[in-house]
Design a binder for this molecule. Structure first.
Ligand code: KIV
Length: 257
């Protein structure tokens, strides 16, 4: 799709009913995100999410995807060592049915990415704002704003791709940095709050349906768009999201940093 210049529409999903709807609506990539700790379990961070949680939700979703490509998060500390990363990947792929795992981090994860990649595990590397690091960072904020931080992220992205990452995900970075990382990358780059000039977009399902705890209490991240405003029903809302990602209408400047 990247080679064909077609934008990749991605969305999180956690159960069978939504898997069927997302697949019908044309979502290209479906993520079992550890955001489930917040939108399903009602937590304030993703820290408590376990490999078992991810496997459970992947098993609910996987059988119902005919076309969507299933990616699953490796949750907090499940890839802290090479062996743990391999065990967690084995579970989400063999038991959960995922076709790719996602982990958070920069160059410090290169050894893990390579270890998994040479053993046949496709890896998505998540850069920029990394929610699993919230207790270390102190707050969820836009990353890579100054030139030094931007250069560091460009360097991280190169190292991760060289280590075998098959996909990059960029969260909350200035649109210009999203474009620069995409231009230099030989693998597709998916953005969430990373501007329009990336290969695809991802959002959290409950955010676009305007029902996640964050949006309910009025803390809507800048990159979130409520697709229920014009959607007659949930499937129409998801179809509108897919259409706007494909056409480039989403993200608009109001959704970018
Ligand atoms: O856990 C998640 O939902 C994510 C986002 C990037 C969508 O990682």
């Amino acid at each position: 799709m990247r080679e064909a210049g077609e934008k990749i529409a991605c969305l999180t999903c956690y159960d069978a009913s939504f898997a069927l709807v997302e697949d019908r609506a044309g979502v290209d990539l479906v993520l079992i995100g550890d955001s489930l700790g917040m939108v399903l379990h009602g937590g304030t961070t993703t820290t408590p999410v376990s490999v078992g949680d991810i496997v459970y939700h992947a098993k609910c979703v996987a059988p119902h995807l005919k076309r969507g490509f299933l990616v699953a998060d490796l949750p907090f500390l499940s890839y802290a060592t090479l062996e743990r990363a391999l065990d967690a990947s084995q579970r989400v792929m063999q038991e959960g049915g995922a076709k790719m795992v996602k982990l958070e981090g920069g160059r410090e994860q290169a050894a893990i990415v390579e270890y998994l990649s040479v053993r046949g595990v496709p890896v998505c590397a998540h850069l920029g704002l990394r929610p699993q690091f919230v207790h270390k960072m102190g707050a969820m904020k836009v990353q890579g704003r100054d030139e030094e931080a931007a250069e560091e992220m460009l360097h991280d992205a190169r190292i991760l791709v060289d280590a075998g990452a098959d996909l990059l995900l960029l969260e909350c970075v200035p649109a210009g940095l999203g474009r620069r990382i995409t231009e230099q990358s030989s693998v597709p780059v998916i953005g969430i709050g990373a501007g329009p000039d990336v290969d695809g977009q991802i959002l959290v399902l409950h955010d676009i349906l305007n029902i996640s705890p964050m949006v309910t209490v009025g803390r809507r991240p800048r990159f979130v768009k409520n697709y229920m405003v014009d959607g007659a029903d949930i499937e129409s809302a998801i179809r509108a999201y897919v259409r706007e990602v494909k056409s480039g209408a989403y993200p608009a400047p109001a959704h970018c940093f």
